[in-house]
Write a protein that binds this ligand. Structure first.
Ligand code: ADP
Ligand code: MG
Length: 259
């Protein structure tokens, strides 16, 4: 494995705040549906937060709001001290600070694996192509698909494609990575290879928000579990307390169904 770190040092340590992502009284509606209700959540630098909860509870909307793929109706979201702007160049820059990995890998089908990883830094960040290629190849090595660089996504397994998607997000050198059910679309035998990459990232100090029902991952990698139901954060706890001794009836009920 190469020695290049997957995480980026803060550009200016004096600017670096301990609180990397802060959601303050965030509210969002889809028509009459109040999908995010008074969400207050602070994610510290280096923290791994696992978000769990029933289908439809607002987990994806929460992630998409942090990345500004969704607008919010009220409240504020700040990334490393900067409020999320609504549009323009500033939005592109801040969005680049937030890497996102989806359930469906969303790779560009007509680009090679290497091209998929290089595209963002070249198109969005206007970085030097040779430097980006070096970084992209190192990242592909790190996620275990370095020998697949010249293939097209369809030639890879689901687990390999999802690892490419992780490398692609990391190529932008984000400050925080959001994972929205990254293993839910995978065949069972491929889940662990993706979780292992995420475990490694967590161990290296990447700040991560992970929506997942993989309780083994949550127990071993999460600093904190956030349980959502009906658009609210119902319970927050460290993983052992949450899984062994949930406080709320909603969480007890949910855990009894999935464990
Ligand atoms: P989760 O990820 O926890 O399953 P979501 O955030 O995807 O939940 O969805 C929360 C609720 O918002 C669901 O009831 C869903 O149907 C609804 N919803 C999600 N996206 C939209 C949208 N673009 N328009 C209208 N309703 C939506
Ligand atoms: Mg979802």
């Amino acid at each position: 494995m190469s020695e290049t770190s997957l995480t980026k040092e803060p550009e200016d340590a004096s600017h670096a705040t301990e609180d990397l992502v802060v959601l303050d009284s965030v509210n969002k509606h889809f028509g009459a549906l109040h999908v995010l209700q008074d969400i207050n959540l602070t994610i510290k630098r280096g923290e791994v937060v696992v978000v769990i909860g029933p289908s439809g509870s607002g987990k994806s909307t929460l992630c998409r709001s942090i990345n500004r793929l969704e607008t919010i109706d009220a409240g504020t979201i700040t990334i490393d001290g900067d409020p999320l702007p609504s549009e323009g160049r500033e939005l592109a820059r801040l969005r680049a600070d937030v890497g996102m990995v989806f359930q469906s890998f969303n790779l560009f089908a007509h680009k090679t694996v290497l091209e998929n990883v290089m595209l963002g830094p070249i198109k969005v960040r206007k970085e030097d192509k040779a430097e980006v290629e070096t970084r992209a190849r190192a990242l592909l090595d790190r996620v275990g698909v370095g020998n697949q660089a010249d293939k097209y996504p369809a030639q890879l397994s689901g687990g390999q494609q999802q690892r490419v998607a992780i490398a692609r997000a990391l190529a932008m050198q984000p400050k925080v990575m959001l994972f929205d059910e990254p293993t839910s679309a995978l065949d069972p035998e491929m889940i662990n290879e993706v979780l292992e990459v995420m475990q490694q990232l967590a161990a290296e100090g990447m700040t991560m928000v992970v929506v997942t029902h993989e309780m083994g991952f949550a127990r071993s990698a999460a600093n904190r579990v956030v349980f959502m139901a009906d658009g609210r954060i119902v319970e927050e706890a460290d993983p052992h307390q949450f899984f062994d001794n949930p406080r709320s009836d909603r969480a007890k009920d949910f855990l009894s169904k999935i464990l």
